[in-house]
Design a protein around this ligand. Sequence first.
Ligand code: CUA
Length: 176
Amino acid sequence: GPLAPLDHHTLEKYESIWLGVAVTMVALLFVGVLASMITGTMPLIASSGGQTGHSMGISKAGRVDPTKLAATPFANPGLVQNEDGSLDAWILAGNFTFQPGVLRVPAGKPVRIHVTASDVVHGFQVTGTNLNTEILPGHVASMTVTFRHPGEQHVICNEYCGTGHHNMITRFIVEP
Ligand code: CUA
Protein backbone atom coordinates (compact mmCIF):
# COMPACT_ATOMS: atom_id res chain seq x y z
CA GLY A 1 0.00 0.00 0.00
CA PRO A 2 1.03 3.66 0.02
CA LEU A 3 2.22 3.45 3.61
CA ALA A 4 4.73 0.72 2.96
CA PRO A 5 7.58 2.97 1.74
CA LEU A 6 7.04 5.31 4.69
CA ASP A 7 7.19 2.39 7.14
CA HIS A 8 10.35 1.17 5.52
CA HIS A 9 11.88 4.62 5.82
CA THR A 10 10.90 4.83 9.49
CA LEU A 11 12.46 1.43 10.08
CA GLU A 12 15.73 2.61 8.54
CA LYS A 13 15.67 5.64 10.80
CA TYR A 14 15.26 3.41 13.86
CA GLU A 15 18.00 1.16 12.62
CA SER A 16 20.43 4.06 12.31
CA ILE A 17 19.48 5.28 15.78
CA TRP A 18 20.12 1.82 17.24
CA LEU A 19 23.37 1.59 15.33
CA GLY A 20 24.39 4.92 16.89
CA VAL A 21 23.48 3.62 20.35
CA ALA A 22 25.46 0.42 19.76
CA VAL A 23 28.52 2.34 18.55
CA THR A 24 28.30 4.66 21.56
CA MET A 25 28.05 1.70 23.95
CA VAL A 26 31.08 0.01 22.38
CA ALA A 27 33.02 3.29 22.65
CA LEU A 28 32.01 3.66 26.33
CA LEU A 29 33.03 0.06 27.00
CA PHE A 30 36.40 0.73 25.37
CA VAL A 31 36.94 3.84 27.51
CA GLY A 32 35.93 1.85 30.59
CA VAL A 33 38.40 -0.93 29.81
CA LEU A 34 41.14 1.63 29.23
CA ALA A 35 40.33 3.38 32.50
CA SER A 36 40.41 0.11 34.44
CA MET A 37 43.72 -0.79 32.79
CA ILE A 38 45.16 2.49 33.98
CA THR A 39 43.67 2.60 37.46
CA GLY A 40 42.63 -0.88 38.50
CA THR A 41 45.25 -3.34 37.35
CA MET A 42 48.37 -1.74 38.73
CA PRO A 43 48.78 -2.88 42.32
CA LEU A 44 52.58 -2.71 42.24
CA ILE A 45 53.38 0.58 40.58
CA ALA A 46 51.87 3.80 39.37
CA SER A 47 53.25 5.21 36.17
CA SER A 48 52.75 7.96 33.66
CA GLY A 49 54.50 9.37 30.65
CA GLY A 50 57.28 11.79 31.48
CA GLN A 51 59.22 14.51 29.76
CA THR A 52 62.91 14.01 29.27
CA GLY A 53 63.45 17.72 29.94
CA HIS A 54 66.68 19.38 29.00
CA SER A 55 69.12 16.65 29.82
CA MET A 56 72.56 16.79 28.28
CA GLY A 57 72.61 15.58 24.69
CA ILE A 58 68.88 14.77 24.61
CA SER A 59 66.31 16.88 22.78
CA LYS A 60 63.05 17.92 24.40
CA ALA A 61 61.28 15.40 22.17
CA GLY A 62 63.55 12.64 23.46
CA ARG A 63 65.85 12.39 20.46
CA VAL A 64 69.40 11.26 21.07
CA ASP A 65 72.34 10.34 18.85
CA PRO A 66 73.02 6.66 19.65
CA THR A 67 76.66 7.11 18.62
CA LYS A 68 77.10 9.97 21.11
CA LEU A 69 75.66 8.48 24.28
CA ALA A 70 78.94 9.24 26.05
CA ALA A 71 77.84 12.89 26.02
CA THR A 72 74.55 12.08 27.78
CA PRO A 73 73.57 10.83 31.26
CA PHE A 74 73.50 7.33 29.71
CA ALA A 75 77.29 7.40 29.98
CA ASN A 76 76.76 6.67 33.70
CA PRO A 77 73.63 4.52 33.89
CA GLY A 78 71.94 4.43 37.28
CA LEU A 79 69.91 6.50 39.69
CA VAL A 80 70.55 10.22 40.02
CA GLN A 81 69.12 12.42 42.75
CA ASN A 82 68.60 15.96 41.51
CA GLU A 83 69.05 19.15 43.52
CA ASP A 84 65.30 19.40 44.05
CA GLY A 85 65.26 15.86 45.45
CA SER A 86 63.58 14.32 42.38
CA LEU A 87 64.97 11.08 41.00
CA ASP A 88 66.04 10.12 37.48
CA ALA A 89 66.96 6.58 36.53
CA TRP A 90 69.08 6.22 33.38
CA ILE A 91 69.01 2.77 31.83
CA LEU A 92 70.91 1.71 28.73
CA ALA A 93 69.88 -1.30 26.66
CA GLY A 94 72.44 -2.83 24.31
CA ASN A 95 74.78 -5.75 23.72
CA PHE A 96 72.18 -8.06 25.28
CA THR A 97 72.36 -6.27 28.62
CA PHE A 98 70.65 -3.57 30.57
CA GLN A 99 72.91 -1.19 32.44
CA PRO A 100 72.91 -1.00 35.37
CA GLY A 101 72.24 -4.64 36.24
CA VAL A 102 70.56 -3.65 39.51
CA LEU A 103 68.90 -0.38 40.41
CA ARG A 104 68.02 0.53 43.99
CA VAL A 105 65.01 2.81 44.25
CA PRO A 106 62.95 4.04 47.20
CA ALA A 107 59.36 2.89 47.65
CA GLY A 108 56.62 5.49 47.41
CA LYS A 109 58.67 8.09 45.58
CA PRO A 110 58.26 8.97 41.89
CA VAL A 111 61.22 7.97 39.72
CA ARG A 112 61.59 9.28 36.17
CA ILE A 113 62.93 6.33 34.20
CA HIS A 114 64.73 7.01 30.92
CA VAL A 115 65.70 4.16 28.63
CA THR A 116 67.45 4.13 25.28
CA ALA A 117 69.12 1.53 23.08
CA SER A 118 72.70 1.70 21.86
CA ASP A 119 72.34 -0.81 19.02
CA VAL A 120 69.03 -2.37 17.96
CA VAL A 121 65.39 -2.33 19.08
CA HIS A 122 64.86 -3.80 22.54
CA GLY A 123 61.92 -4.09 24.89
CA PHE A 124 61.55 -2.87 28.45
CA GLN A 125 58.95 -4.69 30.50
CA VAL A 126 58.64 -4.55 34.27
CA THR A 127 57.27 -8.00 35.04
CA GLY A 128 54.01 -8.21 36.96
CA THR A 129 53.00 -4.72 35.84
CA ASN A 130 51.71 -3.16 32.65
CA LEU A 131 54.86 -1.05 32.28
CA ASN A 132 56.05 -2.16 28.90
CA THR A 133 57.67 -0.12 26.16
CA GLU A 134 59.71 -0.50 23.01
CA ILE A 135 63.26 0.88 23.18
CA LEU A 136 64.55 2.35 19.94
CA PRO A 137 68.07 3.54 19.17
CA GLY A 138 67.97 7.32 18.75
CA HIS A 139 65.02 7.79 21.06
CA VAL A 140 64.69 8.06 24.82
CA ALA A 141 61.61 6.45 26.34
CA SER A 142 60.71 8.28 29.55
CA MET A 143 58.14 7.33 32.15
CA THR A 144 57.50 8.30 35.74
CA VAL A 145 57.01 5.35 38.04
CA THR A 146 56.23 5.10 41.74
CA PHE A 147 57.10 1.72 43.20
CA ARG A 148 54.50 1.25 45.90
CA HIS A 149 55.93 -1.67 47.85
CA PRO A 150 59.44 -2.69 48.94
CA GLY A 151 60.76 -5.76 47.17
CA GLU A 152 62.15 -6.71 43.78
CA GLN A 153 60.82 -5.89 40.35
CA HIS A 154 62.37 -7.63 37.40
CA VAL A 155 62.79 -6.03 34.02
CA ILE A 156 63.04 -8.09 30.85
CA CYS A 157 63.55 -7.41 27.16
CA ASN A 158 60.45 -8.58 25.35
CA GLU A 159 61.50 -7.66 21.79
CA TYR A 160 63.53 -10.32 20.06
CA CYS A 161 66.93 -8.68 19.57
CA GLY A 162 69.31 -11.55 18.78
CA THR A 163 71.07 -14.55 20.26
CA GLY A 164 71.39 -13.04 23.76
CA HIS A 165 67.81 -11.79 23.91
CA HIS A 166 66.73 -14.15 26.71
CA ASN A 167 69.67 -13.03 28.89
CA MET A 168 68.53 -9.41 28.91
CA ILE A 169 67.33 -8.77 32.41
CA THR A 170 67.75 -6.15 35.10
CA ARG A 171 65.93 -5.50 38.34
CA PHE A 172 64.79 -2.79 40.66
CA ILE A 173 65.36 -3.33 44.33
CA VAL A 174 62.65 -1.26 45.96
CA GLU A 175 63.80 -0.15 49.39
CA PRO A 176 61.50 0.83 52.25
CU1 CUA B 1 66.98 -7.02 23.91
CU2 CUA B 1 65.55 -8.81 23.38
